[in-house]
Design a binder for this molecule. Sequence first.
Ligand code: COI
Length: 357
Amino acid sequence: MAETYTSNLHIEKASSSRLQDVNFKDLAFGVTFTDHMFMCDFVDGQWQQPKIVPYGPMPMEPSARVFHYGQAVFEGMKAYKDEQGDVFLFRPEENFKRINKSCARLAMPEFPEDYFFEGLNTLLNLDKDWIQSGVGNSLYVRPFAIATEPIISAAPSETYRFMIICSPVSPYYKGKVKVVIAEHFSRSADGGVGFAKAAGNYAAQFYPTKLAQQKGFQQVIWTDSSTHSYLEEAGTMNVFFRINDTLITAPTSDRILDGVTRKSVIQLAKDNNINVEVRPIKVQEIVDAANNGSLKEIFGSGTAAVISEISAFEYQDKIYELDDLGTTGYAAKMKKEMLHIQHNLAEDKHNWRYPVK
Ligand code: COI
């Protein structure tokens, strides 16, 4: 757990808001940013005074280690507004714990919990007019940390910057998603950084994902790097398979991200008396299930993606299409329940909602 610091958050407000320029009916994911951002520098072995300042460019040395060695980690969270105007986050303690796990793996200093939550609450209060109420609307919150030391020898930085920026968003995937099952490229390997939200995990996916997109698919489902015979995750989402009435997802490991939405889906499924199996899944098992009609659904789960239905997958040059179950599928049910909890429209029996203070 990170050391405790007594914060002395400094706030510099933006002189005017850009809010009136935003068309909330036509938002592309992650393009528009709110008026303020949080930042805190690590210098001389300590986190310095945290600050909230107007969102904008920041000077950095071209030699900053982040540009050369990718020493960078991030998180994704969402803030929601209910009809009364109250703002909530969803299980932010999980994101806080995970960014510090990611930091530890990338040899970066952990960020103090009280700085994180004070910064987050203050930032969301300052920029709360950017959050639209209504299911489907949210403010994507992106905490991240980067190595800032201007030295290009290949070693961990002595200085870092921790930041939080916020972006009003609509759903990440518009409509259903088609995926390619990886047969050659890998996202992660045993002993690697696959479990961490390391920036480089995403960069490594871009080229194979681009190849998939050129064939008309949106994403890749990654398989284990040694045999390519076990299904793992989709990079921006963890993945669930429904065979008959059983929901199956891969266990987390040092190759797979321990998704907050993933663990919430597992809990919601159990609450609904749906049989859930967390176990290794062979690609062949899913291909066989698709061939014999027992594969009913595949869906991804993630903060940005929420729950996204997968309508088809490609494996060994063959495309397998899934039936559209509409509102009767497990994906639709889980998505509705999750969104209703997040938007304060349903009972929150696991205490997942975090009221922004
Ligand atoms: C998230 O769901 O927050 C993610 O990390 C996906 C992101 C890379 C768009």
